[in-house]
Design a protein around this ligand. Structure first.
Ligand SMILES: C[S@@+](CC[C@H](N)C(=O)[O-])C[C@H]1O[C@@H](n2cnc3c(N)ncnc32)[C@H](O)[C@@H]1O
Length: 312
């Protein structure tokens, strides 16, 4: 299988991860293994690489791409929230670096056949992990109108969320909505023609993104993961996160700000009584964005934001 995906901000990711021979690294979102392969090449000889993805296609691809490397490699097909359990299984207490490259791979979007794209006529599935229980068609055909509206508005920042949810509910009374093309058409019909004509993006872009986030519970998983990740790093260990959605970036930003914060005593006390020390150095005081020439060759990099910390 040829796995389509260009790794985003690769030189910057390698810089912030500070990989070196003999170190232990985790890529929590293998995708096409573009970042993974580059990380592996930097930790030879003697390094240990742990790769995770909830999509079995990514794991199969990683086996082909990474196995020829002369390195200890462990691959896990599951959600990255289980990283603490995987490290326990491997009897590894802490690692030197963790990468999260969130969102969707080009393979999932264009060739997985799971209805991620409004440009294709595929079953409305959108599960990154084919073993999880809820598909996009389950949500679309069973959720209350107000819950659908909330998802489209919150996760998709969709201005026409109310009209789209209403149209979906009207349509599904006649016949269950089963395919990505059907859903894309319903969204196009719900958005005023003048608006959709003037938009830079396809009218269904935001609805599809919101639905994918809801199906895979992407933000809940990220919040859970960010709670504990610092405990899994060695001193001077690095965490690097690439996010593609403003709410995703907000989760990362708030958590690393909290980890980087020292004394929390109220102002005016003569001396610190809380004894709280910062747990990380924030390496990206301002969010890091891709260069224009990267966006020109890889439009998927357009909205990416990079944040990184080093454990103290
Ligand atoms: C943007 S792609 C990663 C691309 C990769 N860095 C590369 O260089 O090819 C994101 C990947 O993360 C996976 N993913 C997203 N959320 C996940 C989660 N909570 N647990 C495990 N894998 C996840 C997706 O299945 C997808 O394959």
């Amino acid at each position: 299988m040829w796995f389509k995906h260009i790794p985003v901000m690769l030189p910057e990711v390698l810089y912030y991860l500070n990989c070196g021979p003999g170190k232990i690294y985790v890529d929590c979102t293998l995708g096409g293994s573009g970042h993974a392969r580059a990380i592996c090449s930097k930790i030879i000889p003697g390094g240990v690489f742990i790769g995770i993805d909830q999509d079995i296609d990514a794991i199969r691809n990683a086996k082909t791409v990474l196995k020829p490397l002369n390195l200890t490699i462990h691959l896990f097909h599951d959600n990255f929230v289980y990283l603490p359990e995987f490290l326990q299984q491997l009897k590894i207490n802490a690692v030197d670096g963790v990468l999260l490259d969130l969102g969707i791979s080009l393979h999932q979007l264009e060739s997985s056949g799971r209805g991620f794209s409004f440009n294709k006529d595929e079953p409305l599935d959108m599960r990154m992990n084919a073993e999880s229980s809820t598909k996009a068609e389950d949500l679309i055909n069973s959720m209350e109108e107000k819950s659908l509206r909330k998802i489209f508005y919150k996760y998709g920042e969709e201005r026409w969320a109310g009209q789209i949810a209403k149209r979906i509910v009207k349509q599904r009374r006649r016949k269950a909505i089963k395919s990505s093309r059907e859903l894309a058409q319903i969204v196009c019909d719900a958005v005023p023609k003048k608006v959709s004509f003037n938009q830079r993006i396809h009218p269904a872009t935001r609805t599809f993104m919101a639905l994918r986030i809801a199906v895979n519970r992407e933000f809940e998983m990220l919040e859970l993961f960010m709670e504990n990740v610092n405990d899994l790093l060695n001193p001077k260990g690095r965490l690097c996160v690439l996010s593609f959605h403003s709410l995703e970036d907000r989760i990362v930003k708030h958590r690393i700000k909290a980890l980087g914060k020292g004394c929390i005593c109220p102002p005016g006390l003569p001396e610190c009584v809380c004894n709280k020390k910062p747990m990380v150095n924030i390496l990206t005081k301002k969010v890091v964005r891709p260069a224009e020439n990267e966006i020109a060759v890889n439009p998927m990099a357009r909205s990416v934001k990079l944040r990184a910390v080093e454990k103290i």
